[in-house]
Design a protein around this ligand. Structure first.
Ligand SMILES: Cc1cc2nc3c(=O)[nH]c(=O)nc-3n(C[C@H](O)[C@H](O)[C@H](O)COP(=O)(O)OP(=O)(O)OC[C@H]3O[C@@H](n4cnc5c(N)ncnc54)[C@H](O)[C@@H]3O)c2cc1C
Length: 533
């Protein structure tokens, strides 16, 4: 038997989180091995190469803050960065900080087991690697386990089928083809207008109409870019202390107290500005149904204004969930695409998909011929990529077993019974409810500081105290319950995956409040954690 390679730390994933984690741990003088399923760096931005793929956070904010030199030298070109531009940025980061030499690409971690005698994680991959490490950091992403629904007959389809999150790297020429797009979440809403420009015909299969706000994307003005660069330290601080990790602090006022005219002005101004900060129009949109309905009806009125056919406009109008309780979408010409004669909308709640046939998609009422199927059907969010790994902790406890009724963590950073296992943007942290780069940097820095302090103090293992975990979970649930989030069948709650427990996974308290809590815990000697020598 070959001796197991030993590292101080193993990191799983080489997206924004894994790359920065590697950089920080290496900065502590640790030996680190990163495993990444993909053949390159980038994570989300490596996989999601579908037409129209773009970030909904502005480029100057969706970037690392840890290196002032990097901040100054990188030139973003658009207000909202496209997938190729973000991927170029991450490739630049990998080269600039010489990260690739510690990353093993094309290698999926399949198993990780905690060895209580030696306080190490024994990690296995699909390429036969067997390594041991004191610390294991999962940077596997919240939206990386692509989900394709199990339609009868899917395998019989004669043409190609592509999930947006696994788009072929060489691209797909859709010119002159009949394309079926299944799903109208963020990826569907971004890709449908671009696909419609190429295809002969697009049939869109919609289960849930979603709220979408225009991006009004444009080239980044050089003056704005210079201003941000000159003011980055203060701007980054404001983002870290904010609720969402974005620069727009939001209006704390009440939509109910504002009169009709004032409210309409505010919504119009936010619509004209574009982007996700539409949600920040009033402080009570997320907690009061009545306030939310004002904002929701404003968007529906916009849909009626844009879409010529009133019946299609009504089908596109979300009515079964409050605005913002499913991820709000940001689009370029989405609703107007349905004015094209070569785009058809099928509401699968009225007319469900029965099967995929060799030549298309059959619903209860009709057969829809297609040459290509695009699955814009989302992800097994947050827990999917973690539970895809067979992880066992103390006493052989399996993570799949422990999380059978839903994920349980302390601060979204660790889960009791799995010492020295850190989860970057894990369930129970703000993660997907924030500008994720702000949340990723905060977690990576907290974990790196923790590892440094443990090593300096001769601490072999850190584990979450089950009581602290229970209290944190109770808090996460309690504050989620005070919001409208729990009213929607969203992927935040696992509702898109049949059989997944219905638990609200991210922390809604805001990134600023959350950071303070994490810092206090560390300052108090890792309160709520159990340290063992
Ligand atoms: C289409 C799309 C649009 C998005 N838009 C936004 C946005 O506008 N704003 C925002 O803040 N966030 C957005 N996100 C979320 C986005 O995922 C994060 O912003 C960020 O890229 C996450 O980085 P990460 O490193 O944590 O995870 P990822 O980028 O998902 O990287 C995780 C990596 O881990 C690898 N991995 C997983 N499991 C294993 C394993 N077992 N073994 C080896 N490797 C493994 C994966 O292959 C992947 O490359 C979007 C996500 C998607 C899918």
């Amino acid at each position: 038997m070959t001796p197991q390679a030993r590292y101080d730390a193993v990191v799983v994933g080489a997206g924004f989180a894994g790359l920065y984690m590697l950089h920080r741990l290496r900065g502590l003088g640790l030996s680190v091995r990163v495993f990444e399923t993909g053949d390159g760096v980038g994570g989300t931005w490596y996989w999601n190469r579908y037409p129209g793929a773009r970030c909904d956070v502005e480029s100057m904010q969706y970037s690392y803050s840890f290196s002032p030199e990097l901040e100054q030298e990188w030139e973003w070109t658009e207000r909202y960065p496209s997938q190729p531009e973000i991927l170029r940025y991450l490739e630049h980061v990998a080269d600039r900080f010489d990260l690739r030499r510690d990353i093993r690409f094309g290698t999926r971690v399949t198993r990780a087991a905690y060895d209580e005698t030696e306080h190490v994680w024994r990690v296995e991959t699909d390429r036969g690697d067997r390594v041991a490490a004191r610390h294991l950091v999962t940077a596997v992403g919240c939206l990386s386990a692509a989900r394709v629904p199990d339609f009868p007959g899917a395998a019989s389809f004669r043409g190609p089928s592509h999930h947006t999150g696994r788009w072929p790297h060489e691209g797909v020429d859709l010119t002159g083809l009949r394309v079926a797009v299944i799903g109208t979440g963020s990826s569907g809403i971004q890709s449908i207008p671009v696909i419609a420009e190429q295809a002969a015909h697009v049939t869109v299969f919609q289960r849930t109409p979603n709220y979408s706000v225009p991006a009004w994307n444009r080239p980044l003005e050089p003056e704005y870019q210079s201003w941000v660069k000159a003011n980055y330290p203060g701007l980054r601080r404001a983002m870290r202390e904010s609720h969402t990790g974005l620069l727009d602090p939001g209006n704390p006022g009440s939509a109910l107290e504002a009169g009709d005219e004032k409210r309409a002005r505010e919504f119009e101004a936010r619509w004209a500005k574009g982007g996700v900060t539409f949600l920040g129009a009033y402080g009570d949109i997320g907690i009061s149904s009545e306030a939310n309905e004002h904002a929701a009806e404003f968007v529906r009125a916009k849909i009626r204004e844009i879409v010529a056919d009133p019946e299609v406009a009504e089908k596109l109008s979300p009515r079964n969930h409050p605005l913002g309780t499913k991820r709000i979408c940001v689009d370029t010409g989405y609703y107007a695409t349905f004015n094209r004669p070569d785009v058809t909308l099928v509401d699968v709640r009225e007319d469900p998909i029965v099967e995929i046939t060799p030549t298309g998609v059959r619903t209860a009422a009709a057969e829809h011929p297609a040459d290509v199927i695009v699955y814009a059907t989302g992800y097994d969010a947050m827990t999917g990529p973690l539970l895809a790994i067979d992880i066992t902790g103390k006493g052989g406890l399996s993570l799949r077993r422990k999380w059978e009724a839903g994920p349980r963590t302390y601060l979204g950073l660790m889960t009791a019974g799995f010492p020295n296992l850190f989860t970057v943007t894990g369930p129970g942290s703000p993660s997907v409810l924030s500008n994720m780069i702000v949340s990723i940097e905060q977690h990576v820095e907290w974990i790196a500081d923790c590892v440094a302090r443990l090593r300096a103090g001769g601490v072999a293992a850190i584990d979450a105290d089950p009581l602290a975990e229970d209290a944190w979970m109770a808090h996460v649930n309690e504050i989620a319950g005070q919001t409208l989030f729990v009213r929607a069948d969203s992927w935040y709650l696992g509702a898109n995956i049949p059989g997944k427990p219905r638990v609200f996974m991210p922390y809604v308290g805001g990134v600023g409040v959350y950071r303070e809590k994490c810092d206090q815990v560390a300052a108090a000697g890792y309160e709520g954690f159990v340290l063992s020598s």
